[in-house]
Design a protein around this ligand. Sequence first.
Ligand code: MN
Length: 497
Amino acid sequence: MMIAKPALKNLLNSVKVPLTPQRKDLIVKAFEFAEKAHQGQKRRSGEDYFTHCIATAQILAGIGMGSKTISAGLLHDVPEDTPITLAEIKKEFGQEVHDLVEGITKLGKIKLRETKEEYLLENLRKMFLAMAADIRVVIIKLADRLHNMRTLEFNPPEKRPNIARETMEIFVPIADRLGIGEIKAELEDLSFKYLDPKNYEMVKKLRDDYYKEGEQFKNQAIKELEKEIKNRGIKVLRIYGRAKNLRSLFLKLEKKEMDIGRIYDLIAIRIIVPNVSDCYEILGIVHKIYRPMVGRIKDYISLPKPNGYQSIHTTIFGPQGRIMEVQIRTQKMHDESEFGIASHWIYNENKRRDWKNYFRKQETYSENELVWIKQLHEWQSEVGKDNKAFLEGLKIDFFKNRIFAITPKGDAIDLPEEATPIDFAYAIHSEIGDSISSAKADGKMIPLDYQIKNGQMIEIMTTKEKKLPNRKWLEFVKTSNARAHIKRQLKRNDEII
Ligand code: MN
């Protein structure tokens, strides 16, 4: 097939999975389909609407997603913003692409309410992940949000901080939890820019000046290291200087009285090599050329961080005694930290990192929460072992039989499928369960044996009079919690009589 359009050519070139003719055809077809569907529509920036779809797909390609996800990225706004229906997408692109696009359309309808309540935010993040039965849906949503953040300046000024706050509170932690460091860092810096423009500009200038000044030392170190590594006959895949994410730099600076000279990893050189053994050889070479700083050698390869992060870090006195950090890792370790879905979450309960300030307060988790996090973590480490499985997409199985129902206050209650208002009431409090009189789902009265659907808002009406649970409830409740409470109350009553 002749590819005439530069944007399409670009997109195809940035695909990281092997581009078989079949995959290529799918992407080309989705590109042309979505382009036609959005024809004539404009973004606030004045650009064609379709540029947003291309950008979303481009981000997905860049983090190694497969052709179906990239195609769904191209098509993600079609059902919502054009007359074309999901049924037509299914007909043209098959079940899987349809399901992804449907998932994104559904997620778009969840209202991410503005609030400062930590528990509610956490519930929202949880619900957001749960609603997307397929993790690829969440990843497409992140790419969508990233492009919207990159073009946030075209939104009315009064709307920008709210969108930035929502990004910081909902999307940054999700990207972080999924271990997609690259997207997380950019989303975080873009939010920072709109939420705290003064400090953003200050840190940016500080960093840029420092880099400019330190650039020659960094380049000199890279040159000297490259030469010595070559002499030793070790293959290096990449050696480059990495810039520190602005928001994490800001939070670190705050702890060091804004003294940039006390931040040792501001200039960092990253060396990527093929094998683990190369990492240690490189470490030897680095220390042979430059004196290491005492107590600053960290071997996260032998002792990975609890989230699975692996690399060797060492702080050295580089050219002219300039302090810098050197990070050594294999390609696989690198990919995992940039695009992986390894969890940065579970261990942070106690050792929360600086830039997690915005939910530092929440330091204890309920038992349920821990189970949930553990399951996600286990699932992630399983996926981590087989990158292909990740690239080709997979389902969050443990979500399959769970639903989330929301209280009028916005709390998300985690329930098994087919759970009833009685289960919901007992999940909130046993007294509410015992005194339930009637219930509403999304404002409409429902029978007590009603099967709650994912995402419904459930309201429980109670009676003040002393009331016993009904024995009949045992025939339809789904949770062991409700069942146990009902039985206990009934038994107690029998004993009294
Ligand atoms: Mn979009």
